[in-house]
Design a protein around this ligand. Structure first.
Ligand code: IMP
Length: 201
């Protein structure tokens, strides 16, 4: 019988990317909020690590199933690492992706140092309290204006190192091959495989 694991996020873009990256593990049946209800968890932590842990442990406790969560931030060098853990609310509560991107471009107007990185922290939590954590980083720089229709969030403004295209100009398979999210989730893959075949983990 398959091991059920809950995706502890309600962001449809994240769900799509996580399933594209980890959906191939034999013996795991992924459940989303559409299959099993769980409460929203306030991202009250001061770090990506705290928020990912909060989300995964709360959903594992509430559903009684293993839960996978991740928290992602864009860390801009010239802004001292901002927006970082506040990436979702950069332009204010209830603001959309476009407002966040406009605010970022505004703050970087005339700034030569465009270096930035995406950082994802992924956590797998079990109902018994055990947790695994992994980090993934994608280095790059902030473009002068938004480009591309794929992806979400800051993707139209983020050019990975060694690239000329933004993440939003890459087809989803390409983003998912190199992304911060891919790198963090690969760090969790062994623990997920261990849920299916404990002896081999
Ligand atoms: P959170 O992990 O849900 O707190 O995400 C924070 C914010 O970062 C989101 O609102 C998005 O704007 C942005 N974000 C998260 N992941 C990505 C990504 O893969 N590409 C671009 N922006 C992202």
């Amino acid at each position: 019988m398959a091991v059920k694991v809950v995706l502890a996020t309600k962001n449809p873009h994240k769900i799509e990317e996580i399933l594209a990256i980890l959906g191939d593990i034999p013996g795991i049946e992924w459940l989303t909020f559409r299959d099993i209800p769980f409460s929203d968890v306030e991202e009250a932590g001061e770090t990506l690590e705290e928020n990912a842990l909060l989300k995964a442990t709360a959903v594992a406790r509430e559903t009684g199933l293993p839960a996978l969560a991740e928290d992602t931030g864009l860390e801009v060098e010239a802004l001292g690492g901002a927006p970082g853990v506040r990436s979702a609310r950069f332009a204010g509560e209830n603001k959309d992706y476009r407002a966040n991107n406009e605010r970022l471009l505004e703050l970087l107007r005339g700034v030569e140092d465009r270096r930035a990185r995406f950082r994802t922290v992924a956590v797998l939590a079990l109902p018994d309290g055990r947790t695994w954590m992994a980090e993934g980083v994608l280095e790059g720089r902030i473009a002068d204006s938004p480009r591309g229709e794929h992806g979400f969030g800051y993707d139209p403004l983020f050019i990975p190192e060694g690239e000329t295209r933004t993440l939003a100009e890459m087809p989803p398979e390409e983003k998912n091959r190199i992304s911060h999210r891919r790198r963090a989730l690969e760090g969790i893959r062994p623990a997920l495989k261990g849920l299916v075949s404990p002896a081999e983990a």
